[in-house]
Design a protein around this ligand. Structure first.
Ligand code: ADP
Ligand code: GLC
Length: 496
């Protein structure tokens, strides 16, 4: 099966969050499962700063975006140990910028940038010698791809028979733009209607994907249910419920090579389930040194690593720090970047408790690995969480997650209680209500469990044994692809 993956970010090229981890690892997992996979990503400025074996190809063409023709320069990259092809789409005006999507404010021309990218990705595919069976796109940035394939690229032989799949990683980001951006898409105005591209007077790219893709997936079964109702669907719950029979929840896998304490080059001492104590201690010494402390103390280390966004429950973390930092029975470390107000609030609470809290603002892969290795407990008090990867990385590194029961966290973390301890499924501490007191109670339970050496050791040992590799998820994606190929393409409703 020939599969084209189109994503606005993928490791090791460019990353702002979990989408990059998924788009970076899934193509290779699909190759191992027998697919022939090609990945297309933007050639942002940062991809050229990473010493990757990127080469310019002789493919160059122009893409109509509204009144303009934007020139696409195509690069390729063969990653060591990975079999899939990678194409990168370059255009100085669209992608030669400091960040992927903007800073405190999104870039004003994001509609143009990702319309260009979506069309250029299909043009690359159209120029390949073999036809694709599946075109798989991710999130709003590439959500127009199924509509392009059905409406504008039907006559290209390499694309005409393909079926499209959209994976939704986060319903809160829909790519909504003012209605005049319809002119940039090249679509007829008749598609700007309540059943297709229009949403409360705006152009909604994610909605276009939900309507036009042949199959839909999201990144956990629980999130697949949540998004079919308010508030999870963020306004598109009705559209999603209308496509319930084509929507599948597949929990993300993780890249078990990159996130492996036995081989991780970003941690000071490799470890496995039988010497995790030494491994974690050495990581803690290194972390203390990086944070400017003479030595680590012996209190349990509670960590948060993630985007500083309301989604991630940072307000609950802030309350927790205010309430618990003075108690002296835990140490806290926070790594994150995002909302300037949350960054500032975290810095303030850290300055009030210098002996108990470290806050690192920034996006730093090395720190992320070091913290996962050094910490005892990882906080994920998310308001909503489509899948979540940090808890799966935590398992690998013998770090026990404290999570709110939402989305993928429900599907991946099993609360520690007498029964789950007895049947060996316990893997973390789960709380229900999105409230500071509920998080605090769960953290207190975790700290009490940490004080019970046998219980903790057993728990760490078990979570480190868990297998969240891509193999199972890749098979589930293959089933979705097979279903897409077995069915007729989703109808294009003609609304007049
Ligand atoms: P999301 O995609 O919603 O941000 P996930 O848990 O799926 O959440 O994935 C987050 C990914 O981004 C993980 O790989 C995590 O380690 C990484 N990450 C988040 N914030 C940072 C940061 N400040 N520095 C380094 N890595 C980070
Ligand atoms: C999104 C979600 C996160 C998920 C990631 C990868 O960013 O917020 O929960 O793990 O995508 O699918």
């Amino acid at each position: 099966m020939r599969v084209l993956q189109i994503s606005s970010e993928a490791t090791p090229f460019a990353k702002t969050g979990g989408l990059a981890d998924v788009a970076g690892a899934l193509p290779d997992a699909l190759e191992r499962a027998g697919c022939d996979c090609t990945l297309v990503v933007p050639a942002y400025r940062e991809v050229f700063e990473k010493n990757l074996p990127i080469q310019k190809t002789d493919m160059q063409f122009s893409v109509p975006v509204g009144q303009r023709n934007l020139e696409a320069t195509i690069y390729s990259c063969s990653l060591p140990d990975q079999k899939h092809n990678v194409f990168l789409i370059g255009n100085t005006h669209c992608f030669d910028q400091d960040t992927l999507y903007g800073g405190a404010e999104d870039y004003a021309d994001n509609a143009e940038r990702f319309i260009f990218f979506s069309r250029a990705a299909l043009e690359v595919a159209a120029r390949q010698p073999h036809a694709f069976d599946i075109i798989h796109c991710h999130d709003w940035q590439t959500s127009l791809v199924p509509a392009y394939q059905k409406l504008l690229y039907q006559s290209w032989p390499t694309l005409s028979e393909a079926r499209s799949v959209l994976t939704i990683h986060n319903m809160a980001f829909q790519g909504m733009f003012w209605h005049w951006d319809m002119l940039l898409t090249g679509f007829h105005w008749k598609y700007f209607n309540w059943r297709q591209l229009e949403f409360y007077g705006q152009l909604n790219m994610l909605k276009a994907g939900i309507v036009f893709a042949d199959q839909l997936t999201t990144v956990s079964p629980t999130y697949a249910q949540e998004i079919q109702a308010a508030p999870g669907g963020c306004g598109l719950e009705g559209v999603l419920a209308g496509r319930a029979s084509d929507l599948t929840g597949i929990v993300n896998g993780i890249d078990v090579e990159t996130w492996n304490p036995r081989t991780d080059e970003l941690i000071p001492r490799h470890y496995s389930d039988d010497d995790f104590k030494q491994g974690k201690y050495t990581a803690r010494v290194a972390l203390a040194a990086r944070l400017g402390h003479a030595a680590p103390d012996d209190r349990p280390l509670v960590a948060f690593v993630g985007r500083l966004a309301e989604q991630k429950g940072v307000s609950l973390v802030l309350d927790l720090l205010h309430r618990m930092a003075g108690s002296g029975n835990a140490r806290f470390v926070v790594l994150g970047a995002g909302d300037p107000q949350l960054q500032e609030a975290l810095k303030v609470v850290a300055s009030e408790h210098p002996g108990a809290i470290d806050v690192v603002i920034g996006f730093d892969e090395v720190f992320a690995h070091l913290i996962q290795a050094a910490a005892d407990i990882l906080l994920m008090p998310s308001q909503y969480e489509p899948c979540g990867l940090a808890q799966l990385y935590a398992f690998r590194y013998g770090t026990i997650p404290v999570v709110r029961a939402t989305g993928g966290l429900v599907d991946t973390v099993v609360d520690v209680n007498d029964q789950t301890r007895a049947d060996g499924t316990a893997s973390g501490f789960v709380f229900q209500d999105f409230q500071s007191a509920s998080l605090e109670e769960a953290v207190q339970r975790a700290l009490a469990a940490h004080g019970n050496k046998t219980l903790w050791q057993d728990l760490v040992y078990r979570v480190m044994q868990q297998d969240w590799s891509w193999e199972v998820s890749a098979q589930q994606y293959q089933k979705v692809y097979e279903r897409a190929l077995a069915n007729a393409p989703a109808d294009v409703v003609d609304v007049r």
